[in-house]
Ligand binder design. Structure first.
Ligand SMILES: [Zn+2]
Ligand SMILES: [Zn+2]
Length: 127
């Protein structure tokens, strides 16, 4: 088991407890109450958590979510359904899409390997 540092653990727990993606300044605001002092510490913790596949960045929202899988199988290939109304986020796992994207990317060169697909619309609660 990998040990997270206090800062990483604090940021990760906050994101896990949130049902919405959180922006960096929200994370900073909340974690300052819990003992994290500076934005740099938050950014470092986020970088590490993303590297570990425990947190994903939602590019279209410039925000962060905790990975909803126990062990994200493919952190270079993530798919999200994002509700425009309530900001609910569902993380999908689809090996077929990953494989297809890998094949397509290979045609253009071997260095394209990160896929982030963000699909927006309204969730089943907001329809
Ligand atoms: Zn994940
Ligand atoms: Zn919704």
């Amino acid at each position: 088991m990998l040990e997270l540092s206090f800062n990483q653990e604090t940021v990760h727990k906050l994101l896990q407890a949130s049902d919405k993606p959180l922006k960096a300044y929200n994370i900073l605001f909340e974690t300052q109450k819990l003992g994290i002092k500076s934005p740099t510490q938050v950014y470092r913790a986020l970088d590490k958590l993303i590297e570990l596949g425990k947190v994903h960045k939602i590019e279209s929202k410039n925000a962060f979510v905790a990975c909803s899988k126990i062990n994200c199988s493919n952190q270079n290939s993530t798919f999200f359904l994002i509700c425009d109304d309530c900001e609910n986020i569902i993380e999908l796992e689809d090996q077929k899409i990953t494989d297809q994207l890998n094949k397509t990317c290979e045609r253009y060169g071997s260095k394209y390997k990160n896929h982030t697909i963000e699909i927006s619309g309204t969730c089943s609660n907001c329809n």
